[in-house]
Design a protein. Structure first.
Length: 127
């Protein structure tokens, strides 16, 4: 019963996303991370993949998570695209996220504030 309800909720969410896109309403990526059982990090991957599964192209998902998200936050002049004068923290991935949103799960490097950081360097120390 619970599994059926979760599946119905997911189907309704996907249908609503398709309707929003068809209506021309800008879509941005976001999560409920911080709420119980919604973890920072993994919830982002799940959201990106759900957007693609609902019918957005992988390229549309990338734009929703970058340019359009920055615009929605009122920060489009400073963030969201690679342009001279903008902040440019980058994720370097093993695969092309414009081909498949699941590519975000395979980080190779992070460039933040002009400093290149390996994934090993960014992992929390294990006790």
């Amino acid at each position: 019963m619970r599994g059926e309800r979760l599946a119905q909720r997911a189907a309704t969410a996907a249908d609503n996303l398709r309707r929003v896109i068809a209506a021309g309403i800008p879509v941005v990526m976001g999560t409920d991370a911080g709420n119980p059982l919604t973890l920072h990090g993994p919830s982002v991957y799940a959201e990106l993949e759900a957007m693609q599964k609902a019918g957005m192209s992988a390229a549309q998902v990338v734009v929703a998570a970058t340019r359009d998200a920055a615009r929605a936050l009122g920060r489009g002049e400073q963030l969201g695209t690679l342009e001279a004068g903008k902040a440019a923290d980058l994720l370097v991935l093993y695969a092309d996220p414009a081909a498949d949103a699941a590519a975000f799960r395979r980080l190779e490097l992070v460039v933040r504030g002009g400093e290149v950081r390996s994934i090993a360097e960014l992992r929390a120390p294990q006790p």
